[in-house]
Design a protein around this ligand. Structure first.
Ligand SMILES: O=C(O)[C@H]1O[C@H](OP(=O)(O)OP(=O)(O)OC[C@H]2O[C@@H](n3ccc(=O)[nH]c3=O)[C@H](O)[C@@H]2O)[C@H](O)[C@@H](O)[C@@H]1O
Length: 437
């Protein structure tokens, strides 16, 4: 019988005995009881800490700021059934197909890229931690969408090296499409550590695993137009300076580009960074302006529209998601093999960075006008000074390098793309019956 079995369930049942031996035993038992009790409390607290599921969905403009709750949830993985699903999802079903591990597969761009790869017969396995930076039910809906196309998303964090290694044990991925990241420019002031956790530590764990597996995969990953920061030379070219980030988000993406250089240099990893310019479209991110403007216009709430000093226009090179997907697939298809093996470089490997933008910046006020026409609702415009929280005044991509090397050619203007977004929004949220959080 164990000591736990000896401990009475209620103190009242405990009979005191005068014998010193018994007394000593009782004291001993009671300290064991206390110890056991506090061990349980402690264990319980640890379990609560790790297993707590995402709580109430935060509003898109004020996402959760508790990093511990949002990251590294310990999920169960492994076992024959799980491995079968992983293998089947990653199985190449076309001639010359590739097998790709897509991190951030339940994210906006990740979902579109995974579906496109699967459509053309490539093997695709998703990985996502389903954090609650924005409404996780949207991520679950994207997961359901991918599941219908045969893409399995493993639930886990990119910082979980054991899980990453296991995935490479089960599948010899030829490519990694690394899209998992902490996105959003303004949120970086609220929750800085989540950017370091995902965009720096997470990137390093992905690269650590990629460099040590054999064969090493080629890696394509999401950088950001925000790396141009305070650069004023337009349009932004890959040759322009990127050493003046205006937000911590931008700084972590810039750091990612330098980290990519290191892993390419030391280990011979083939690495391509894609600088996305304000990607929008169906199944988009609720924290982005076009998305919550739509929600708030429909709700009759006012829309904060930023303007720069002296009524300066704030503009973005808004890029439609299908154009971005074409750029991502072209980057995967033109990626050369990594050259290292067993963690050792065997020769020089490919290292690239491309702008993926639309090349025609649109003022934010014009974006609102397009939404008003599409939604047939007048927006309550609230003109505000551009806050000093990381936003830059404008972005504009020079895409000649992507055009030349990837055959990248965006074809969707903002009006057309927003029309597709609004159609999706209304069908997904059901004409105001439920609305985006
Ligand atoms: O291109 C990029 O690299 C970045 O694009 C977007 O960042 P951003 O362009 O700031 O996109 P939004 O947050 O949707 O803002 C779009 C425009 O609306 C403006 N805005 C935003 C919010 C608001 O309340 N009012 C307003 O006028 C912003 O200043 C900006 O000009 C994404 O959120 C980033 O994750 C991504 O990396």
């Amino acid at each position: 019988m164990s000591h736990i079995d000896n401990i009475p369930s209620t103190p009242g049942k405990f009979k005191m005995d005068k014998s010193p031996y018994i007394h000593h035993r009782l004291r001993w038992h009671s300290s064991i009881a206390k110890l056991t009790f506090w061990s349980f409390i402690f264990l319980g607290l640890i379990l609560v800490f790790f297993f707590r599921s995402p709580s109430t969905v935060p509003s898109s403009t004020s996402p959760s700021s508790d990093l511990s709750r949002r990251s590294l949830r310990t999920n169960s993985w492994g076992g024959p059934t799980w491995e079968k699903r992983v293998k089947s999802s990653a199985k190449i079903r076309s001639r010359n197909g590739i097998s790709v591990l897509v991190t951030g597969a339940a994210g906006f761009v990740g979902t579109h890229v995974s579906a496109a790869l699967k459509r053309r017969g490539d093997g695709v396995l998703g990985l996502d931690n389903f954090n609650d930076y924005y409404d996780p039910s949207l991520k679950r809906a994207r997961q359901a969408l991918l599941e219908r196309t045969g893409v399995f998303i493993v639930e886990g964090d990119i910082n979980d090296v054991a899980l990453l290694k296991k995935l490479f044990d089960v599948v010899q991925f030829t490519h990694v499409m690394h899209l998992a990241a902490q996105a959003g420019v303004r949120y970086a002031m609220e929750n800085p550590s989540s950017y370091v956790h995902s965009n720096i530590a997470g990137l390093v764990s992905v690269l650590e695993v990629c460099k040590s597996v054999n064969p090493q995969p080629a890696i394509v990953w999401a950088s950001s137009s925000s790396v141009y920061g305070l650069n004023t030379k337009v349009p932004f070219s890959e040759k322009d300076r990127t050493d003046q980030p205006a937000s911590l988000y931008a700084a972590t993406k810039k750091a990612g580009e330098e980290i990519a250089h290191t892993y390419n240099h030391i280990y011979g990893l083939s690495l391509t960074g894609l600088r996305f310019f304000t990607v929008y479209g169906p199944w988009g991110r609720p924290d982005m302006a076009y998305f919550f403007f739509t929600r708030d216009i429909l709700k009759g709430k006012s829309i904060p529209i930023f303007e720069a000093a002296n009524h300066g226009t704030v503009a973005r090179d808004f890029t439609y998601v299908d154009d971005i997907v074409k750029g991502c697939l072209a980057a995967l298809d033109t990626a050369e093999k990594s050259t290292g093996s067993g963690g050792k470089k065997k020769g020089a490997a490919q290292l690239r960075v491309f702008n993926l933008g639309n090349t025609s910046p649109v003022p934010v006020s014009d974006l609102v006008s397009i939404l008003e026409r599409l939604l047939k609702v007048k927006a309550k415009r609230l003109i505000m000074k551009l806050p000093r929280n990381g936003d830059v005044q404008f972005t504009h991509a020079n895409i000649s390098s992507a055009q030349r090397e990837l055959g990248y050619k965006p074809t969707t203007d903002l009006q057309t793309g927003l029309k597709k977004f609004v159609r999706w929004y209304l069908s997904y949220y059901g004409l105001g019956k439920k609305s985006a959080q």
